[in-house]
Design a protein around this ligand. Structure first.
Ligand SMILES: *Cc1c(COP(=O)(O)O)cnc(C)c1O
Length: 462
C-alpha cells in the first residue's frame, strides 16, 4: 500500500477499523501501520512530532457536503431552503474555515477571536454569524463592521447594546434571538443547553423570549431576521429536534399575531451526535433532515404560516470524525487495582493528555485507542490510557483493550478527536499545544504549528 488517494489498493487489512469511528481514508497496512489520507502514522510522527492532531481534509469536506446535501434535499421536498453554518468553536483554523466555505457552508463564531479567524480566511461577512452569551462591545462592533449576517442575541440587555453598536457603525443590525424550548438533549448536563436553568437563551415558557422578540421587532436599528434554538450537543435521538422545531414555529406564529410580521428564518442549531466507541452509530444527516423537515412542513401547514428559511449549525458531526490524535507511548505500568473484577490494569502513559483533550476530564467523555505503528499480537489486556499531567483525572481513554505487548515508543491513535480537542486545549503544566496537520492524497501539511516552550515563555513578562 498505499494508494495515494487513500483507496484500498495494496495490502490493507479490511475490517480492522470501525468505519464510523475513523476518517474515511483510514486503513491499516500489512505491517499494522495506520494510514490517514494516504500518509502513514509513523511518517506523520517522524515529520511533525508527537503528540499530533491529524485532520483528514477529504473526510471533513465530505461530511460538510453531506450536511448541505441532506438538509437541502429534505427541506426542498417541503418547500424551503437551508443554510448550513459550521460551528467554528469545534475547530476553527483559516484552512478549515476555507474548506467549509468551499463546500457551501457558512461559519458560526462565538467570540472576537473566532470571528477574526473567519475573516482572515476570507469568509464574506454576510456568511458569518456571531453567538455568545456575553459579547463585549468590541466584539459587537467588530461583527457589525464586518457586516455579519446575524448577531444572535442571548439576553434582554443585548437589545440596546447591539442597537448602539449598529448606530455607531451606521447600519441596521441583523439579529436573531436565541430561545430555550425546555427540550433537554445531549450526552451530558454541561452540553445540554435548552432546558431552563442554565445560562443560554431566553425562555419561551417563562415569557422572556417573547418580550425580547417584541423589543427587537419594534427597534428601529435592529432587523429581526430569525428565531434561534440550540438544544444541546452529541444528540443521537432526533426527536428532541422535532419537538424543538414545533415549539419554535408556534412561537413564530404567535409573534406574528402580535407584530403583524413573520420572521423569515428559523435556526435549529447543531448538536448532531457522532460515534466515539466501536459499535456506536452516529446520527445519519439524511434521516434527521427528513424527520425535521417533515415536522416543519406539518407544523407550518397546521398554523397556516408560510415556511421559514431554515438554518442549522453542525460542528462536531462535521469535524469530529475527521480528526485523529497520535500519541507516543512512554511509561507502561501494571497496576494492582484491589478490585476483583479487574485485578490488574495496564496504565499506558502518553506524551499528551488533558491539555490536548479535555473532554474525558470535563465530561467523562469516552474514547477508543489503538496501537497503530506496528502489527501486534492478539492477546489483549484491560488498559487505561493516561496523560502526563499532574492530575489523577488526566485520563485519555478510561477503558480499552490494548495488546499485552504495548510498549514505550508505540504510536497510539485516538479517533474522533477532531471536535473540541485542539479548540479546548490548554497549556496546563506549561505543555506546548500540538500542531494540527492536514492529510490529503498522500501528503501532509501543517495548518497550525506546534507551540514551543519559547512561545509560552514569550508571554511571561518576568
Ligand atoms: C456548540 C454549538 C453548536 C455546535 O454544536 P455541535 O454539537 O458541535 O454540533 C451549534 N450552535 C450553537 C449555538 C452552539 O453553541
Amino acid at each position: 500500500m498505499s494508494a495515494p488517494d487513500g483507496g484500498s489498493a495494496g495490502a490493507g487489512t479490511p475490517g480492522a477499523l470501525d468505519p464510523h469511528l475513523w476518517p474515511s481514508s483510514a486503513e491499516v497496512d500489512a505491517a499494522g501501520v495506520l494510514h490517514l489520507g494516504g500518509v502513514g502514522a509513523d511518517r506523520l510522527v517522524a515529520e511533525h512530532g508527537s503528540p499530533l492532531y491529524v485532520l483528514d481534509e477529504g473526510d471533513f469536506r465530505a461530511r460538510a457536503r453531506r450536511f448541505v446535501q441532506a438538509f437541502t434535499d429534505a427541506f426542498a421536498a417541503v418547500g424551503t431552503e437551508v443554510d448550513v453554518y459550521y460551528a467554528g468553536k469545534a475547530l476553527l483554523t483559516v484552512a478549515v474555515a476555507r474548506w467549509a466555505h468551499e463546500e457551501g457552508l457558512r461559519i458560526d463564531t462565538a467570540t472576537g477571536g473566532e470571528l477574526a479567524v473567519a475573516l482572515r480566511a476570507g469568509i464574506p461577512g454576510p456568511h458569518i454569524g456571531l453567538h455568545g452569551n456575553n459579547k463585549s462591545d468590541d466584539e459587537l462592533t467588530a461583527a457589525l463592521a464586518a457586516g455579519v449576517g446575524r448577531v444572535v442575541l442571548d439576553s434582554a440587555d443585548e437589545v440596546p447594546r447591539v442597537a448602539a453598536a449598529a448606530a455607531a457603525t451606521g447600519s441596521r443590525a441583523p439579529v436573531m434571538v436565541r430561545v430555550t424550548t425546555g427540550v433537554h438533549a445531549g450526552g451530558h448536563e454541561y452540553i445540554s443547553t435548552a432546558h431552563e436553568d442554565q445560562k443560554f437563551g431566553l425562555s419561551v415558557a417563562g415569557g422572556q423570549a417573547m418580550e425580547v422578540l417584541e423589543a427587537v421587532a419594534a427597534h428601529p436599528d435592529l432587523d429581526l431576521v430569525g428565531i434561534h434554538s440550540h438544544i444541546g450537543s452529541q444528540i443521537l435521538d432526533p426527536s428532541g429536534f422535532e419537538v424543538a422545531a414545533d415549539k419554535i414555529l408556534r412561537l413564530r406564529a404567535e409573534l406574528a399575531g402580535r407584530t403583524g410580521d413573520l420572521v423569515p428564518e428559523v435556526d435549529l442549531g447543531g448538536g448532531y451526535g457522532i460515534a466515539y466507541l466501536p459499535g456506536e452509530r452516529p446520527v445519519d444527516p439524511a434521516e434527521i433532515a427528513g424527520r425535521v423537515a417533515e415536522v416543519v412542513g406539518r407544523t407550518c401547514a397546521d398554523l397556516g404560516t408560510p415556511l421559514p428559511r431554515i438554518s442549522i449549525e453542525p460542528g462536531r458531526a462535521v469535524v469530529g470524525p475527521a480528526g485523529v490524535t497520535l500519541y507516543t507511548v512512554g511509561t507502561v505500568k501494571q497496576v494492582r487495582t484491589g478490585d476483583a473484577a479487574v485485578p490488574e490494569r495496564t496504565y499506558v502513559s502518553v506524551d499528551g493528555g488533558m491539555s490536548d483533550n479535555l473532554r474525558p476530564a470535563l465530561y467523562g467523555a469516552r474514547y477508543h485507542a489503538q496501537v497503530v505503528s506496528r502489527r501486534t499480537g492478539t492477546e489483549a489486556v484491560p488498559a487505561r490510557v493516561v496523560g502526563k499531567h499532574c492530575e489523577s483525572g488526566d485520563v485519555v481513554v478510561r477503558d480499552v483493550q490494548l495488546p499485552g505487548e504495548v510498549r514505550r515508543g508505540d504510536v497510539l491513535a485516538v479517533p474522533a478527536t477532531g471536535a473540541y480537542g485542539r479548540s479546548m486545549a490548554s497549556n496546563y503544566n506549561m505543555v506546548p499545544r500540538p500542531p494540527v496537520v492536514a492529510v490529503r492524497a498522500g501528503t501532509s501539511r501543517v495548518l497550525v504549528r506546534r507551540e514551543t516552550v519559547e512561545d509560552l515563555l514569550g508571554l511571561d513578562q518576568g
